[in-house]
Design a protein around this ligand. Structure first.
Ligand code: ZN
Length: 339
């Protein structure tokens, strides 16, 4: 009960890349970079185990950014002539690569880190990938001329990699779809359909993470415009409840998400965000247990997974570790308190 996990990403050590950045520059190259990524992956597996988490990830140490890290392995994408594009409905500008031809995987994307992590932990292992709608929102299209067509093409590639990850021994495959909180109508008309295509034929546990973004200023400013009750999930959750996705990861603690919205996820495992990644204040285990208690009013015990609100990539490493410890300790208190 209350198996603790994280949304996915963790801070990169200073010897691997720049720190506290969403698009950090690598500090190594060639074979040194490959080795450094592996070292960082192992370091975080150990840190997550030491903190007491039940489901661990590779910490996304091998990718520069959660979307572009995948795109680097896709043929038909031009990284040499990036363009500035407003993403998440123009919430902020990003330098994004361009789709210039038919999309095809160059080879395996996450094989190295997935197999390495699998070989070094007996805990359940989760690997995350960007969802099709979020990819389409983080790349410039100079080829398809049709968002949905392009999303479906990406979904096919995601599915190909997901099937291979399943063979690598991964237990949970999660797709990150922050765009699901932005393009509400598109979620209903094609977003979930694209996600279904990405998980087609998988037998491992599948998950989707939908959040209000990393703890960066553009997101903090946007949240201030959303009012006192964030109702975006009210539109998405009923569509997801009917989908074949097994788990949904959502933002909760310190947000204006009304906890009763979790009721709309009947039948799904719910990864409840009990750790705020937009604040450096460390939650106490009691606070974590209290948030779990709130969520329990709307989610059955056996379907509740305490989690972080979002990824921790841009955070300070020491703070992230303390937050992982609070997460696991809070889950332990909740196990006693709500048994
Ligand atoms: Zn997130």
């Amino acid at each position: 009960m209350f198996e603790a996990t994280i949304a996915g990403s963790l801070p990169k050590p200073g010897w691997l890349s720049e720190t506290n950045k969403l698009w950090p520059q690598w500090k190594q190259e060639g074979a040194d970079l490959v080795a450094a990524k592996k070292d960082a992956t192992l370091l975080w597996i150990k840190a997550q185990e030491d903190a007491g988490l039940d489901i661990v990830t590779d910490g996304e140490q091998s990718r520069q950014h959660f979307v572009h890290g995948f795109l680097e392995y896709v043929e038909g994408i031009d990284f040499d002539h990036k363009v500035k594009m407003g993403i998440r409905n123009n919430r902020y500008d990003a330098m994004v690569p361009k789709v210039i031809g038919p999309l095809k995987l160059k080879g395996r994307v996450h094989e190295t880190e997935a197999r390495l992590a699998r070989a070094h932990t007996k805990k359940k292992l989760k690997i995350t990938m960007p969802g099709p709608m979020t990819i389409v929102d983080t790349v410039a299209d100079a080829y398809y001329g049709d968002k949905v067509k392009m999303a479906m093409a990406f979904a096919e590639l995601l599915n190909q990699e997901a099937r291979a990850l399943e063979k690598d021994g991964v237990d949970i495959i999660q797709f990150d779809e922050p765009a699901f909180n932005v393009y509400m109508e598109d979620v209903r008309t094609w977003g979930v359909a694209a996600l279904e295509k990405a998980i087609e034929g998988l037998t491992v546990t599948t998950a989707v993470h939908i959040c209000y973004g990393y703890g960066i200023k553009a997101n903090d400013d946007w949240k201030l415009t959303l009012g006192d009750r964030w109702d975006q999930y009210a539109l998405t959750f009923p569509v997801l409840a009917k989908s074949s996705i097994k788990q949904v990861s959502l933002e909760c603690y310190h947000s204006h998400v009304a906890p009763d919205l979790m009721k709309l996820l009947e039948g799904k495992d719910v990864m409840v965000g009990v750790i705020d990644v937009a604040s450096d204040v460390i939650e106490t285990p009691e606070q974590v247990a209290d948030t779990i208690g709130e969520a329990l009013k709307f989610v059955p015990k056996n379907r509740l997974f305490p989690c972080t609100n979002c990824g921790m990539a841009p955070m300070d490493r020491e703070i992230a570790i303390k937050k992982l410890e609070a997460l696991a300790a809070g889950a332990a208190i909740a196990r006693e308190r709500y048994k």
